[in-house]
Design a protein around this ligand. Structure first.
Ligand code: ISE
Length: 342
């Protein structure tokens, strides 16, 4: 059985996912590509042997599409995920699930109405081999009880037209998901802080420092710096009662030459997370084929929670860094959805 995947969005991530699924995921093919830019859709579709669509809703409805991967602009996610649910088709939506909490809730309601679990969210770090090994070591008790973590998230340059809130909703959203995933406790309280800001990205605060407290009391510091220039650099260290765990440096080659020791950084996230994207797509395709939700995939409820944390961070940003409680206003809905899927 081959799952025919339709990809919406032929930009950086849509193209990467399409090529990964076409070349490296078993049991799947890319049957359709849609983009508002017809040429871009045509060119990616030709590369992966798919049909090109201009209208994403037509792609969702198409008989040659069994499952949909949404990698279009963040602001389009809600409408497209809801259309997939209305069509009864499984959907893997890039993060964030939606920019607004009510939109996330409307997705949860629509998914609940289908009586099955059709929505997955592209929190790919859950599939990164290093992140997974770190979490396994934590669960195995290798450093005792975790007390705090330091996360660093630096891009070379990213969405130059975005504002400070978009840094949180588009980039730090990874740590908004990674932190509760790692500690297995929800984020309860946050604060946002502004160091001196780079002159290279004048319309937004860059870098930002975010503190996330989880219900177990652990505190995570997150530096998110979207115009760090020198390389794509993501780090994580967890400090426990008896030791620390950190991600290894991702460089595969260390160069010794000219009296120097050096290694290359990737220019963006694609090389750093290639294995994670492949494993995530494989898990998703397997879950679609088997009709059984893969436990490592982030669910719509996970997507909801990450957006809730991001909004608390933005509320702190808007109130000079005040410590802000994270609100999960649709708690009953979350409980109902998760209870039904247990
Ligand atoms: C991008 O969408 C990603 O998912 C990357 O992992 C992240 O580093 C980047 O900041 C986001 O814009």
């Amino acid at each position: 059985m081959t799952i025919k995947v339709g990809i919406i969005g032929a930009g950086v991530m849509g193209s990467d996912h399409a090529r990964t699924i076409a070349a490296a995921v078993s049991g799947a093919s890319v049957s359709a590509v849609a983009d508002i830019d017809a040429e871009r859709a045509q060119s990616l579709a030709a590369d992966v042997g798919a049909a090109a669509f201009n209208d994403p809703l037509a792609l969702i409805a198409a008989s040659e599409v069994d499952a949909v991967l949404v990698a279009s602009h963040d602001s389009t996610h809600t409408e497209l995920v809801l259309a997939c649910l209305a069509a009864g088709k499984p959907v893997l939506c890039e993060k964030p699930l939606a920019l607004d909490l009510d939109d996330c809730a409307s997705i949860l309601v629509a998914e609940q109405a289908t009586g099955t679990r059709l929505v997955s969210v592209g929190f790919s770090r859950r599939f990164d081999p290093a992140n997974v090994a770190l979490k396994d070591a934590l669960i195995a008790g290798q450093i005792g009880r975790p007390l705090l973590a330091h996360a660093v998230h630096r891009n070379v340059s990213n969405s130059p037209d975005g504002d400070s809130a978009s840094t949180v909703l588009n980039s730090a959203i990874h740590e908004c998901d990674q932190t509760p995933w790692l500690f297995d406790h929800p984020v309860t309280e946050v604060s946002w802080h502004a160091p001196a800001s780079t002159s290279l990205l004048p319309q937004r605060q860059d870098p930002q420092l975010i503190l996330l407290r989880t219900a177990d009391g652990a505190l995570t510091t997150v530096e998110v710096f979207v115009n760090a220039v020198y390389g794509y650099d993501v780090r994580l260290e967890v400090v426990g009662e008896t030791g620390t765990l950190s991600l290894g440096e991702p460089a595969l080659v260390i160069r010794n030459s000219d009296l120097a020791r050096s290694a290359d950084y990737p220019a963006d996230w694609r090389p750093r997370y290639a294995a994670a994207y492949r494993a995530e797509a494989q898990a998703w395709v397997d879950s679609v084929a088997s009709g059984k939700y893969h436990p490592a995939l982030a669910s719509a409820a996970d997507g909801y929670r990450a957006t809730a944390v991001a909004h608390a961070v933005i509320a702190s940003m808007d109130s000079d860094g005040a410590v802000t409680t994270v609100k999960y206003p649709h708690a009953d809905l979350l409980a109902a959805v998760e209870g039904a899927h247990r």
